[in-house]
Design a protein around this ligand. Structure first.
Ligand code: PNS
Length: 170
């Protein structure tokens, strides 16, 4: 297969902004491999296994989307999966510097890799996993921002944390 893109990220958790990029990417690429970063240095809210499962819950009937965990260099993962394109969403000027550095570093590591940037749909241009977690933690509505089953996962996670917090408070 020729036209394979890797869409890497932390996806902690996947938001509707990510889903928007994947769905629009499917109009361009024959297959998208969603690559979930397993980074022992980061402390994600959800385990890698859970993050992969949450993305699979959205794409279980989409044969052109595959979800895999990865660690180490992204270019190695791309090579192993026969992909020459890295797809990334670019939200705002604040994203630009980091994305620019990553794209150039990946190019330096493997000159065959091309980074393909997509601008999010307007309604998701402010959205991030970080904000979703913050709003969820503070009990705000996440409706329209993440898939309902994932909202449930977030609520459960914070309910548990609240219990522990209240126990600690005595
Ligand atoms: O969703 P994120 O956290 O912005 O995704 C960052 C990600 C996973 C794309 C980036 O951290 C990554 O590619 N990590 C793999 C390590 C790597 O290849 N580093 C060198 C190139 S910058």
């Amino acid at each position: 297969m020729k036209n394979v893109a890797v869409y890497p990220g932390s996806f902690d958790p996947i938001t509707n902004g990510h889903v928007d990029i994947i769905n629009r990417g499917l109009r361009i690429f024959e297959k998208i491999i969603v690559a979930v970063l397993e980074n022992p240095k980061k402390k994600p809210l959800f385990s890698t296994k859970k993050r992969v499962a949450m993305i699979n819950s959205i794409y279980q009937n989409e044969k052109n989307v595959e979800v895999k965990a990865f660690e180490g260099l992204l270019v190695e993962f791309a090579k192993k999966n026969k992909a020459k394109i890295v797809m990334r969403g670019l939200r705002a000027i604040s994203d630009f510097e980091y994305e620019f550095q990553m794209a150039l570093m990946n190019k330096k590591l493997d000159s065959k890799i091309e980074t393909f940037f997509m601008v999010p749909s307007l309604q998701y241009s402010f959205l991030s996993s970080k904000l979703v977690k913050e709003v969820g933690m503070l009990g705000g509505s996440l409706s329209g921002l993440i898939a309902p089953q994932i909202e449930k996962n977030i609520m459960e996670k914070f309910k548990k944390n609240k219990k522990i917090y209240n126990m600690k408070k005595g």
